[in-house]
Ligand binder design. Structure first.
Ligand code: NOJ
Ligand code: CA
Length: 712
C-alpha cells in the first residue's frame, strides 16, 4: 500500500509541502459570489486570513454587510472559526409557491439562489457547511454540521457570526436581556446605544442584561442613505436565541447566544444545523414589512391535518385584572399548597373575575357580536400563591376555583357557538407544567377549549435557566407539539420571540414576546410603539398585542391606577390591520364596548385571515398604513398608525378591483383628537369608493384611522 504523503526523501517531502501549500492557498483565494433572482443583492463568500470563513452583502451596489466573519467557538478544543479550506461549493435555485394555513397573503413565493460551501478544517479533520440563501429581499445563512467522527457531540462556547455594518445607522433596539422582551424600544444611532443602555433597562425588567451594547433581534436599522436593514433569525429549533453584541468603534454586530444555568451556550449532536441568520434589506421600508423571508426559511408544516387550526377573534376576562379592578385569585389567603386548597375554608376576596356569571356575560357579548372565543384567566386554583413559597408547583391546570363551573360554562358557550380559550400561567415552573401538561390538554379537549394562552412570568425553574436558552426553546416547541395531539392552538406569552416556526407548526397561533397593550395599564407604551413593532418583533411572527381599548383612562376601572393608553380610540381600531395576527383580542370590557357600539362595529367586521396585503405607507418610528383583503372575500380593511407628531396620510385605493363600486366606512380621529388630551374624539363617515379613489386622512398625535371597504 502506498501512502502518497509518506516521505521517501527530504526533497520529496519539500515538494509535497509546496504542493500542499499551493492547494491550500488556491482554496484560500477561492471566492464565490451569487446574486438574488432580481440581481439587486450580491452575496460574496471568501476565506480570509488563516482560513477564516467570511461573507459580505451588497444591495444595488451599496454595502449592507461588509466583510464579516463566521464560525463558532466550542467549549473544548479548537473552534470552528478558522483553519478551513474550501472542499467544494455548489449553487442551486428554487422558485416555488406555497399556501400558509393562515397568513397575510394567500400564496407565498419562495424564490432564491443558494450557495453551499463545504469547508474542511485540516488540523481537526472536521467538516462544516455554510448555506447562503439569497432572496430578492435579503439573505439567510446557516451552519450545517454533518455527522462525522471528529465532530460528534459539542458544547458551544459562543457563536461568532458577524454583521459588519456600513455606518452608524439609526437603530430601533431593546436591551439584550436573557429573560424579557417587554421593554420600550429605544430609537438612537448605534453609537448612542452604550450611553442609553441604563435608561433603556426599565426597573421591572429581569436585569440580566449581559452587555452595555447587547441588543435583541429583530433589530431594525436605517442607514443615513435610506437603506432599511433588519437582522433576525429563522427556524430557532434546539438552539439558544441570539442577541447581538455591538463593537461600536467598528460598527460590527456579533452573535451572542443565551446561556444556560451553567453558562454554556448550547449542545449540538451531529448531524445538526443552526437556525438561519437573516438580513432583510430594501430601500423601501414597506418591503421589510411585506417580506416573507423568515417564513420561507422555515420548513413546511409537519401536520397532515390542519383543518382544526383556525384564526380567532376573542374577548376575555382579562383587562379587568390587568387594570387592577378585579383579581385573578379567588382569595387573598396566600401560601396554600396545591392539593390542600380547602374550598369550604378559603375566604373569597370579592373581586374574583373568573366566576360563572361574569364569564357568561362575556360569552353573551361574544355571541352577540359574532366573535369566536372567550378567554378566562384566574379560573384555576393557585393564583393566591403564584409568587409565594409554593411557586414551584402552584398550579395543576385542572382544578377550578369554587365559583367557576367548568361544565356549565362549556354547555353555555357551546349553546351559543362560542369556543372557550384556556389560560395556563406556568409561573415559570417548567417541570411542573410538563408534568401536568398531558392531563391539562386532555381536560381542555373534554371541556370545549380549542386554544390555550400560556404564560411564563417570573424567573424560570429550574433555577438559573433563562427564558431564551436552548432548554427553554425546546420546552416552548414541546408544548406546541403536545398541544397538537389534542388539536389545541397555542398562544404563548413571555416565550421566546418567534422565528417563523408557525409555518411548520401552525397551531402556534400567537405569541406575546414583546411589550403589549397590558403595559398601557402599567405606566404606558410610547405613542410611536405601534409604528415600530411591525418592523421589529413582528418580523418573526404574529403578536397577541390585545388592542381595542376604548376606555383609555385606566382610572375609570381602578381609581388608583393613573396610567392611560397612549393611543386615540380610532388608532385602537387600526391596530387590527397594522399589527398582523391570526389571533386578535377585543381587549376592553363588554360594558365599555356597549357605550361605543358604532366604533365596535369595525372590530366586529374586521377579518383575521387574509388573501392579500399591501403596505401603503411606512417609516419605522413614524407611521404605518396597511391595506388587507379578507380571506375568500372581496372586502378590504385599511389601518393606519402614527407617532406622537400626527400627520396627514395620503393613500390610493388602486388595490381595489377596477370598475367595481365599494362602500367604505372610515373611522378616523377628529381634528381635536390627541392620544393624551382627547383620545376618544373620533368620527365615522361612509362614502362610495373605487380603485380610482385617493384619500387624504388626518391622523392625530398618537392616532390613526381604520377603514372597512365592502364591495357593493
Ligand atoms: C402576563 C401576560 O402577558 C398577561 O397577559 C397575563 O394576564 C399575565 N401574565 C398573567 O398570566
Ligand atoms: Ca407579558
Amino acid at each position: 500500500m502506498t501512502n502518497i504523503f509518506r516521505p521517501h526523501s527530504l526533497r520529496a517531502l519539500l515538494l509535497r509541502c509546496l504542493l500542499l501549500a499551493f492547494c491550500l492557498s488556491a482554496h484560500a483565494a477561492k471566492a464565490e459570489e451569487i446574486q438574488s433572482p432580481n440581481r439587486n443583492l450580491t452575496l460574496h463568500f471568501a476565506l480570509g486570513a488563516a482560513g477564516a470563513p467570511t461573507y459580505s452583502l451588497s444591495y444595488k451596489g451599496r454595502p449592507v454587510i461588509k466583510t464579516s466573519r463566521l464560525g463558532l467557538d466550542l467549549k473544548e478544543g479548537p473552534g470552528l472559526t478558522d483553519g478551513f479550506a474550501v472542499a467544494s461549493t455548489s449553487t442551486s435555485a428554487v422558485d416555488e409557491r406555497w399556501n400558509p394555513v393562515w397568513g397575510e397573503v394567500k400564496t407565498i413565493r419562495n424564490h432564491y439562489t443558494q450557495l453551499t460551501v463545504t469547508l474542511t478544517q485540516a488540523a481537526t479533520r472536521r467538516t462544516m457547511l455554510l448555506h447562503f440563501r439569497l432572496f430578492d429581499d435579503g439573505l439567510g445563512l446557516r451552519y450545517d454540521f454533518p455527522k462525522q467522527p471528529n465532530l460528534d457531540y459539542v458544547v458551544i462556547k459562543e457563536e461568532r457570526t458577524q454583521f459588519a455594518l456600513a455606518g452608524d445607522h439609526k437603530a430601533f433596539w431593546l436591551p439584550g436581556d436573557y429573560d424579557t422582551q417587554e421593554y420600550h424600544t429605544t430609537t438612537s444611532k448605534l453609537s448612542e446605544v452604550r450611553g442609553l443602555m441604563n435608561k433603556a433597562v426599565t426597573p421591572n425588567a429581569s436585569q440580566t442584561t449581559f452587555s452595555p451594547t447587547g441588543v435583541q433581534t429583530p433589530l431594525m436599522l436605517r442607514s443615513q442613505d435610506g437603506l432599511y436593514i433588519n437582522l433576525h433569525e429563522a427556524a430557532l429549533v434546539d438552539y439558544a436565541a441570539m442577541s447581538l453584541d455591538l463593537d461600536d468603534r467598528n460598527m460590527v454586530l456579533e452573535s451572542h447566544l443565551t446561556p444556560d444555568a451553567r453558562g454554556d451556550k448550547g449542545y449540538l449532536q451531529t448531524p445538526a444545523v443552526t437556525p438561519w441568520r437573516t438580513v432583510i434589506v430594501s430601500d423601501r421600508a414597506g418591503d421589510i414589512l411585506e417580506s416573507k423571508l423568515v417564513l420561507n426559511l422555515n420548513e413546511p408544516t409537519r401536520y397532515k391535518d390542519v383543518s382544526w387550526i383556525k384564526p380567532i377573534k376573542y374577548v376575555g376576562v382579562w383587562w379587568e385584572m390587568i387594570t387592577g379592578r378585579s383579581s385573578w385569585s379567588y382569595t387573598d389567603e396566600g401560601n396554600i399548597k396545591l392539593g390542600s386548597f380547602d374550598y369550604a375554608r378559603a375566604k373569597p376576596n370579592g373581586t374574583h373575575a373568573a366566576n360563572t356569571a361574569n364569564v357568561k356575560r362575556y360569552i353573551d357579548f361574544a355571541a352577540k357580536h359574532k366573535l369566536d372565543a372567550v378567554l378566562v384567566e384566574g379560573w384555576n386554583v393557585g393564583w393566591e400563591d403564584w409568587f409565594g413559597k409554593h411557586k414551584d408547583e402552584v398550579f395543576d391546570f385542572v382544578t377550578p376555583y369554587p365559583d367557576f363551573d367548568v361544565q356549565e360554562l362549556h354547555r353555555y358557550a357551546a349553546s351559543k357557538g362560542i369556543k372557550m380559550m384556556m389560560h395556563h400561567e406556568t409561573s415559570g415552573s417548567i417541570r411542573n407544567y410538563e408534568r401536568h401538561m398531558d392531563a391539562a390538554y386532555r381536560f381542555m379537549a373534554e371541556n370545549g377549549y380549542s386554544a390555550v394562552k400560556s404564560g411564563y412570568v417570573g424567573n424560570i425553574l429550574p433555577r438559573g435557566e433563562y427564558h431564551y436558552g436552548q432548554w427553554m426553546n425546546n420546552h416552548y416547541l414541546y408544548a406546541v407539539t403536545e398541544a397538537a395531539k389534542y388539536k389545541i392552538m397555542v398562544n404563548a406569552h413571555e416565550a421566546v420571540r418567534p422565528t417563523g416556526l408557525s409555518r411548520t407548526y401552525p397551531n402556534l397561533i400567537g405569541n406575546e414576546s414583546a411589550r403589549g397593550t397590558e403595559y398601557e395599564s402599567f405606566g404606558g407604551n410610547n405613542a410611536d410603539h405601534t409604528t415600530i413593532l411591525p418592523f421589529t418583533r413582528l418580523i418573526g411572527g404574529p403578536m397577541d398585542y390585545t388592542p381595542g381599548i376604548f376606555e383609555t383612562r385606566i382610572s375609570a376601572y381602578n381609581p388608583k391606577n393613573k396610567s392611560f393608553v397612549h393611543s386615540t380610540l380610532a388608532r385602537q381600531l387600526a391596530l387590527y390591520v397594522t399589527m398582523y395576527s391570526p389571533l386578535q383580542m377585543a381587549a376592553d370590557l363588554p360594558e365599555t364596548y356597549e357605550k361605543y357600539l358604532d366604533a365596535f362595529q369595525f372590530i366586529e367586521d374586521v377579518a383575521v385571515d387574509w388573501d392579500d396585503t399591501r403596505v401603503l405607507e411606512a417609516e419605522p418610528g413614524d407611521y404605518i398604513t396597511i391595506a388587507r383583503k379578507a380571506k375568500g372575500k372581496s372586502s378590504w380593511f385599511v389601518g393606519s398608525t402614527c407617532d406622537e407628531q400626527g400627520r396627514t396620510s395620503s393613500i390610493d385605493l388602486g388595490f381595489l378591483d377596477p370598475g367595481k363600486s365599494y362602500a367604505a366606512t372610515i373611522y378616523a380621529d377628529r381634528k381635536d383628537a390627541h392620544y393624551e388630551k382627547n383620545p376618544q374624539a373620533y368620527a365615522i363617515r361612509k362614502m362610495k369608493v373605487s380603485s380610482a379613489t385617493k384619500l387624504s386622512l388626518y391622523c392625530a398625535p398618537g392616532g390613526g384611522y381604520a377603514i372597512s371597504i365592502v364591495a357593493q
